[in-house]
Design a protein around this ligand. Sequence first.
Ligand code: OAD
Length: 246
Amino acid sequence: MIMQDELSIKQATNIIKQSKYLIAMTGAGISRESNVPTFRGADGLWKQYDAMQLATPDAFRANPQLVWEWYSWRQDLILKCSPNPAHETLVKWEQKGYLKSIITQNVDGLHRRAGSHSLHEVHGNLWTLKCTSCDYHDQLDAPAVGVPICPSCSNHLRPDVVWFGENLNQEIMLNVYSELDKADVCMVIGTSALVQPAASFPLLVREQGGLIIEVNIEETPLTPLATVHLRGKAGEILPLLDKLIA
Ligand code: OAD
């Protein structure tokens, strides 16, 4: 590791140690080392698939079979993946009391599978289903087969994820804003920081005098605003920070 990285790592360690209310915001990059594809990288999902045909309410109305085929494929892929050392470090930090909560854009469920409890999934969860017509919700533990039907009203069930053009869940957002309000440090891990409103969450912490630690393999629009940018893989950097904190 070069000198500059060592300094940044040291600075981040001190910030974490001195934090009073540390939160983490995560994106697809934290699950990359678990082999879950990201959205915008060279092999990202949105490079291979058209979001407008797969991840909008109109797309689902037009072709629920196609949309479910894609989500079942992703469920199958994620079922074969396991949480990596980055997810595991966040669990450890929560248990030790350093980390107060995680705000994640990920729908893969890997934070929960790793054992994180204080978790806000702002884009929903791939394993939860909701009815397109009534209030029915259900939980899957295996990939969906075909287009699941609501046992309550016989309409189509859909994945309980936020699609393009949809609002985020209000109850979840109230909890998220309450966490952001309390935070003095926000660790931003593996997100391109391009999708709103999530991309602005760390800025809210910064506006109230808080600090931002960014962990990413590359620079993002957030990098110039971060207190420290740690360039590298989340699955390597988080365990390293953990070692230094101990
Ligand atoms: P993106 O695919 O946009 O960005 C992934 C980020 O992770 C990039 O900045 C990569 O450089 C970084 N990255 C990749 N591998 C990494 C690693 N091993 N360690 C650390 N960083 C790594 O994913 P998101 O920012 O999560 O929304 O995308 C945000 C939203 O856009 C998603 O939640 C999804 C998508 O459309 C919905 O589905 C609503």
